[in-house]
Design a protein around this ligand. Structure first.
Ligand code: ATP
Length: 460
């Protein structure tokens, strides 16, 4: 039973079963824009819910925030994004395709001897598409600009936030004062971020509109190492919770010189995607850079006073930064399993490849699907009654078409942990058959006990 990690198969499944559609598809789609369909939105929401629980509500030292996407433009001047949030861009002089220079360096194994900002030496790198000569490197700012109000002039320029962190820093004082927080504490936010990426790639891995789950954790600088280690551990636990195999997650210590200028330590969590080992998440020690900058630009006092020593200082920050969409992709790839020759035992064995999406139960879009053995009364009536009751507490689906074996396979393919079959005996003994996605074991359970049975099985 080989875990096939094939991106094309996952993209097809995602489209075919309503997880992820190309955006604006009836108009031919929009490059690297995707829409989450009925199953995708459940999966994505489950990831966000699980993250919020693990990173916020299960803890004593965390609070949440939901800041505006369009913020005062000074926020991005203070953070350095207006001046520095750029990627090195090169263009092919022949076919005019554009590339990120640092990606080309990586692809040609040229780091670190190359200076990212230096003119290109044509002997070293040519256009990967047509072999043409490349232009010199230009810095391209990735922030999406727009105008606030009816006048399109420089005074009304605003940006779509390129990361959620900005909203957290500018609310540091509000949160500190209203919640009477004491160090160490963190503020978490989940939300959309926008980056005008030069190139987009690999399905939902790199898009221009995406979602982030970020924490800014404020600490006394003398303790930063200890907190950094603790967050590393939390991120490892998170990877496990969403079903990522340890051997596919690589922690990469980012070297001096490769880190963002404000960071004293960064560890990237890379995932072995089918298209290469690439960044999934990042953990950065951002020092006091952001709060100092915002203090300078806003002229507000953003210091913290230690309640015991009365020492006044700018807290330092540890930042776990996680992409929602990359989590969805890694979780789908990890869960995607093909079983050669099939594993059906209930019907005439269908001897082709069966797909099972072994998502952790907490992430599965649908927890229980109710299947009446026949699509006629009175089985359908009883099935609907059970469905309505279960739906109050669990996300459920209903399927009465095709053979029971086919229906099981449909549910396996979308990762539904439990199928509930209502048969003719159910009318007599008031019991139904529950079939487990992974073991395919079947339990006969009394209808009255279903709620507690599923609460235990699904850990609700
Ligand atoms: P990359 O090197 O891949 O461009 P980054 O280092 O710029 O990523 P960060 O600024 O650290 O990324 O952003 C934090 C997280 O947000 C990333 O670890 C990733 O999960 C997610 N993310 C960043 N850019 C994108 C994007 N264009 N599409 C989807 N997710 C993204």
């Amino acid at each position: 039973m080989e875990n096939q990690r094939n991106i094309e198969k996952v993209v097809n499944l995602a489209k075919r079963r309503g997880f992820i559609f190309p955006s604006s598809e009836i108009y031919g789609g929009l490059s690297a824009s995707y829409d989450y369909g009925p199953l995708g939105v459940e999966l994505k929401n489950n990831i966000k819910k699980a993250w919020w629980k693990m990173f916020v509500t299960d803890r004593m030292d965390m609070v949440g925030l939901d800041a505006a996407i369009i913020m005062h433009p000074k926020v991005w001047e203070a953070s350095g994004h207006v001046d520095n949030f750029s990627d090195p861009l090169v263009e092919c002089k022949k076919c005019h395709k554009r590339f990120r220079y640092d990606h080309l360096l990586e692809d040609n194994s040229l780091e670190p001897k190359h200076d990212k900002a230096k003119p290109i030496d044509p002997k070293d790198i040519v256009c990967p598409e047509c072999g043409g000569q490349l232009t010199d490197v230009k810095q391209f700012n990735m922030m999406f600009k727009t105008f606030m109000g009816p006048v399109e002039d420089s005074a009304s320029v605003v940006y779509l936030r390129p990361e959620t962190a900005g909203g957290i820093f500018v609310n540091f004082k509000n949160v500190l004062e209203t919640q009477r927080m004491k160090l160490p504490f963190g503020i978490a936010q989940i939300g959309k971020a926008f980056r005008n990426e030069i190139t987009t790639e690999n399905f939902i891995f790199r898009t221009r509109e995406f979602e982030q789950m970020e924490v800014e954790y404020f600490v006394n600088p003398k303790d930063w190492k200890k907190h950094f280690e603790a967050w590393l551990e939390t991120m490892r636990n998170w990877c496990e919770l969403i079903g990522l195999d340890k051997k596919n997650v690589v922690e990469k210590e980012i070297k001096d010189g490769d880190r963002a200028h404000y960071s004293k330590r960064t560890v990237d969590f890379e995932y072995k995607f089918p298209f290469g080992q690439k960044e999934l998440y990042g953990l950065a020690y951002r020092t006091d850079y952001d709060l100092i900058q915002h203090e300078k630009f806003s002229k507000e006092d953003l210091k913290y006073t230690d309640p015991i020593s009365r020492e006044k200082f700018i807290p330092h920050v540890i930042e776990p930064s996680l992409g929602v969409d990359r989590s969805v992709l890694a979780a789908l790839l990890s869960a995607y399993t093909e079983v050669e020759g099939g594993r059906s035992t209930t019907t005439k064995a269908i001897k082709d490849v069966e797909v099972v999406l072994r998502l952790p139960y907490a992430l599965a879009p649908i927890k229980i699907t109710v299947l009446p053995l026949s699509k006629k009364e009175p089985l359908t009536k009883l099935s609907q009654e059970i469905l309505l009751k279960l739906k109050k507490n669990f996300v459920c689906a209903y399927d009465e078409t095709a053979s029971i074996g086919k229906r099981y396979r449909r549910q396996d393919e979308i990762g539904t942990p439990y199928c509930l079959t209502v048969d003719f005996d159910s009318l007599e003994d008031n019991k139904v058959t529950i079939r487990d996605r992974d073991s395919m074991k079947q339990d006969r359970v009394a209808i009255d006990d279903l709620e507690s049975y599923f609460r235990e099985k699904l850990n609700y």
